[in-house]
Design a protein around this ligand. Structure first.
Ligand SMILES: C[S@@+](CC[C@H](N)C(=O)[O-])C[C@H]1O[C@@H](n2cnc3c(N)ncnc32)[C@H](O)[C@@H]1O
Length: 246
């Protein structure tokens, strides 16, 4: 039997008269695992690297944050690979449907590291004593004029040598590069079974909701916040992940 929250994403298969703005509601929760795997190039590889990062950067007696945790893929990867003692994971999402499902996954998981899951807007989350913070494809959904204060707040709540992992869909200043990577992203989705109509309707749904920035904009913001080392460590087409060290 296919589990309720692991169904195939068919949300945009039918022609819609009007495509509504994308929201992380119950319908999305039910197909989210399939959706993110078939839509975000490199997502599985990125998650599979979490143990390497977590083992290296998570310190004893600290907190780890998963901001915009969705169903808890990053939280679970953290929970199964943290080697340091007395660590607590704090997972935050402002979609009650996501949080409810995430809670059930964590409840069914046997690992011992404590996880606190909160239904909360990450703009209001107090970050403290953090050795590792993940913003995995979440900042792109925050209003542009609020992104700096979110990054500042994370920086201020991190311990020295703490690490922020931030993954985002990116845009490109150069038109040729923009078109090139957009085309490859579309090919990726087609190869994963999405039709041209599904791809087009999803693009419309996300247009005002997911606002990508360039790699340079992200790096500039992280440096402005005070991070002493900032580097792109992963890229697949127009999706990147950055490590920033306090
Ligand atoms: C693309 S998903 C993140 C995927 C997830 N981090 C993973 O790796 O599987 C974006 C998530 O961010 C959440 N989100 C968006 N804006 C938020 C906000 N202001 N506060 C908290 N969560 C937010 C959404 O509800 C959604 O679950």
């Amino acid at each position: 039997m296919v589990e309720k929250s692991n169904k195939r994403d068919v949300i945009y298969t039918q022609t819609l008269e009007k495509v509504a703005d994308f929201v992380f509601d119950e319908n999305v929760v039910q197909v989210f695992k399939d959706m993110i795997g078939r839509s975000v190039p490199g997502y599985g590889s990125l998650i599979s690297m979490m143990p390497v990062l977590v083992k290296k950067y998570v310190k004893q007696n600290t907190h780890c944050y998963d901001l915009g945790c969705s169903l808890g893929a990053v939280t679970l990867a953290m929970r199964h690979s943290i080697a340091a003692d007395a660590v607590k994971i704090i997972a935050i999402d402002n979609s009650s449907a996501m949080v409810e499902k995430c809670r059930s996954y964590i409840a069914g998981d046997k690992a011992q590291i404590p996880v606190e899951i909160r239904c909360e807007d990450i703009r209001n989350t107090v970050i403290e004593n953090a050795s590792f913070v993940a913003l995995n494809f979440t900042l792109q959904f925050i209003e542009m004029n609020e992104r700096m204060s979110v990054i500042d707040k994370i920086y201020n709540g991190m311990n020295d040598d703490g690490v922020l992992l931030i993954s985002e869909k990116i845009s490109f200043d150069n038109e040729v590069e923009q078109q090139w990577m957009t085309d490859l992203h579309i090919e990726f989705k087609k190869a994963n079974g999405y039709s041209e109509m599904e791809i087009s309707q999803k693009r419309t749904a996300l247009e005002k909701v997911l606002i990508p920035e360039t790699e340079a904009q992200h790096i500039k913001r992280l440096k402005a916040a005070g991070f002493r080392k900032v580097m792109v460590w992963f890229q697949c087409f127009n999706f990147i992940s950055i490590l920033a060290v306090k």
